[in-house]
Each structure stands twice: as structure tokens, then as C-alpha cells.
Design a protein around this ligand. Structure first.
Ligand SMILES: Nc1nc2c(ncn2[C@@H]2O[C@H](COP(=O)(O)OP(=O)(O)OP(=O)(O)O)[C@@H](O)[C@H]2O)c(=O)[nH]1
Length: 357
């Protein structure tokens, strides 16, 4: 009998777009489907996996949540992703659906290509690539480069063949999509949303379905079951890097650049208890603006509180909420992962965050 392939959905999108929030919502209405999650993060702290484990969904237990923490999934496909999939597929009880959350800095293309590996291709298919967009960040121009500035830099440095790493990554993630979720529309008015729709459409040559969402509220019926078999269509979804590589190959020029996230940096900070989290959040907003922190997330130890406080900052927008009690035997501590661009003054950022605490 022909074995039915297990569908796998890839959820991608830039740092803080709302991927984990969408997955959390989806788990609550997946209609009894047994879901396995593969979660990949930039930065060593494993916040997303921890947040998802904390939601206690019956159709996706802690055992069904697998964290890949050795760097971005697009660069560790052979060493990390493929062996993980193989192990998952050898389980006695197979999942009905696999959901993969890429890191916010990952290119989805190499991941989708991995589904053409002989051992994987016969057993799994990409049900669809869902690209989550932070509509408020798009409207604020975070993915639109200052092209005059880039041209000037290029003139000064001939080896610079790239647009801004953020803009390029944004386009690569859109290019690979079967479904684009314009998330965080609660933060925009109608004209703002229309402008984001137009900007997104302008940046891609294909026409994937576009839907709007607030607070990552997208039904599992919409997310799962796209039936796209994306692995068969990778030639239509090439990343900037793949296209440049091909162009240089054809022209016979040497090709030095490879996608390795060199443009971004992350570090984990451990701090003592924070007695005044509201004050910390206020001061942190200033620090994020001054030092151009792209993303900050983690857990805060608030003295006297039995619960752990989650902190999520995307640009200068900061959310906090208590998610679960500190477990018996668990060390209560404040742990934050901080992500920014490579040209950071690392010492100054650490000092400023410490001072804000
Ligand atoms: N206002 C608003 N906030 C949202 C929405 N969706 C998510 N958020 C918030 O945005 C922050 C980041 O959400 P996540 O779901 O962690 O984003 P992510 O894409 O998984 O982030 P990374 O994995 O770090 O790239 C959290 O504070 C969420 O509560 C939305 O639709 N509207």
C-alpha cells in the first residue's frame, strides 16, 4: 500500500512577526490533529519552545516539541534538521501534521529544499510555507532600505553586493510563501493595512494568498491543509543569494559570499531579580531605540511573585505577561536574549540593559 506522506507546514517571518503566537493559537483549534513542532531560534535561550511547552496543549505534548538551537535552520539543514526529521519519522506514533517554526533570520529556501532529500521526500511533503509579516513594522518602514545610502556605501566599497540584510531577508521570506499572514493589523488603520498589502505585493513576483490577522489569530483550518507540495516548486522561489550565486556562476566570477547570518548578532544576559518590571520596561524602551535592538525576549524574576514574567520586545514595542509558576527546583533568574545588527557596540548594549534593570 502506498504510504501517505505526512504534511509539514513551515512558518517563517522576520524576528517578532508573531510566528510563535500563531502556532500557540493554532494548537488550541487544531481539531484533535496530533501535531509535532520543530522550533528553531536565533540565540541560545529557547524562549519560543518554552513558551509553547507552557501552553499544555493535549494534541502537542512536551515530547512533541523539538527545539533546534544550533543556529539558524537554513544553515544546519544537514546536521540538525534532517536527523531530527528522521528520528521523528521513526516514532511508533507518527504525528498527523508537522509544524516547523524557523528562526526570524532563517531563509526558508534551504529548508524547503531539504524535503527533496531522498529519505525525506518519500515520507513527508511541504503542505505550505506560511510567511508571517509584522504589518506595523512594514508600515513603519523597517524593511524598506534607504536606497541612496546603500548606493553610496556600494560606491565606497565595491565588494558590497547586497541590499540591507533585513530588506533582503524580508523579500526572501515573502518569495517562498504559499500563504502570507499580514499580522498585527490591530496596530494599523485601514489605509495603513492597504499600504502594507501594496508594499508586500510589490516585492514578490508570485501571487500567494494574503490574509490579515490580529494577535496571531488564524484558524488551523486556514493554516494547515494548503496542499502546496512546495518542494516541487523551489525553482520559482529562489532567494537573493541563490540568484546572485547563479549570476556570478554564469559570468565566471569568484563567489565569496555565503549566507551565514554574519550581519546579525545575539547574546544572552543573566540578571538578578527585577523588583520594578514596569520601570524596567520604560527604561528599556529608551535603550532599544538608542542601541537599535531588533528583538529582546526572555523571562524576568520578580521578587515575591510565584509566577515567571515573560518579556517580549519587538523594536520599542514591549509586552510582558506572567506565563507559569516557577517550577520546584528551577533557578529563579532573569534571562534575556538580545538580537541586533552586527555593527553593535556589544559592551555598550550590555551596560545599558544592566543599567535599565
Ligand atoms: N499588537 C500585536 N502584537 C502581537 C501580534 N502578534 C504577536 N504579537 C506580539 O509580538 C511579540 C512577538 O510575538 P512572537 O509570536 O513571539 O513572534 P515570533 O515571530 O515568534 O518571534 P521570533 O521567534 O523571536 O522571531 C509578542 O509580544 C506578541 O504578543 C498582533 O497581531 N498584534
Amino acid at each position: 500500500m502506498l504510504q501517505q506522506k505526512i504534511p509539514a507546514t513551515v512558518i517563517t517571518g522576520f524576528l517578532g512577526a508573531g510566528k510563535t503566537t500563531i502556532i500557540r493559537n493554532m494548537l488550541t483549534n487544531a481539531g484533535g490533529k496530533k501535531i509535532a513542532l520543530i522550533i528553531n531560534e536565533f540565540g541560545d535561550l529557547g524562549v519560543d519552545g518554552d513558551v509553547l511547552k507552557g501552553c499544555g496543549a493535549e494534541n502537542c505534548t512536551e515530547d512533541d516539541i523539538i527545539e533546534l538551537t544550533n543556529g539558524c535552520i537554513c544553515c544546519t539543514v544537514a546536521d540538525d534538521f534532517i536527523p531530527t526529521m528522521q528520528k521523528l519519522l521513526e516514532r511508533d506514533v507518527k504525528p498527523d501534521h508537522i509544524v516547523i517554526e524557523t528562526s526570524g533570520l532563517a531563509l526558508p529556501q534551504p529548508l524547503v529544499a531539504a524535503f527533496n532529500w531522498p529519505d525525506i521526500r518519500t515520507r513527508v511533503t511541504v503542505d505550505g510555507v506560511v510567511t508571517v509579516v509584522d504589518s506595523a513594522a512594514v508600515a513603519a518602514g523597517r524593511f524598506a532600505d534607504d536606497h541612496d545610502k546603500v548606493d553610496a556605501l556600494r560606491e565606497a566599497d565595491g565588494s558590497l553586493d547586497h541590499e540591507s540584510p533585513i530588506e533582503e531577508l524580508f523579500e526572501d521570506q515573502l518569495t517562498c510563501a504559499d500563504l502570507i499572514v499580514l499580522n498585527k493589523t490591530d496596530l494599523l488603520d485601514e489605509a495603513g493595512i492597504a499600504a502594507v498589502r501594496a508594499e508586500v505585493a510589490e516585492r514578490i513576483h508570485r501571487k500567494p494568498t494574503l490574509i490579515e490577522a490580529k494577535n496571531g489569530d488564524v484558524s488551523a483550518l486556514v493554516l494547515l491543509g494548503l496542499g502546496a507540495s512546495t518542494e516541487d516548486d523551489i525553482d520559482n522561489r529562489k532567494s537573493h543569494h541563490e540568484l546572485e550565486h547563479e549570476a556570478l556562476h554564469e559570468s565566471g566570477e569568484a563567489h565569496e559570499h555565503h549566507h551565514d547570518h554574519d550581519e546579525f548578532e545575539s547574546f544572552v544576559m543573566k540578571l538578578g531579580p527585577i523588583a520594578d518590571p514596569a520601570g524596567f520596561v520604560d527604561r528599556l524602551k529608551g535603550v532599544i531605540g538608542t542601541h537599535d535592538i531588533l528583538r529582546l525576549k526572555g523571562f524576568i524574576d520578580v521578587p515575591g511573585k510565584p509566577m515567571r514574567l515573560v518579556i517580549q520586545a519587538v523594536g520599542s514595542r514591549i509586552d510582558t505577561y506572567f506565563d507559569r509558576p516557577w517550577a520546584a527546583g528551577e533557578t529563579r533568574e532573569t534571562r534575556l536574549v538580545v538580537i541586533g545588527l552586527h555593527e553593535w557596540d556589544f559592551g555598550a548594549v550590555v551596560e545599558a540593559v544592566e543599567k535599565a534593570a
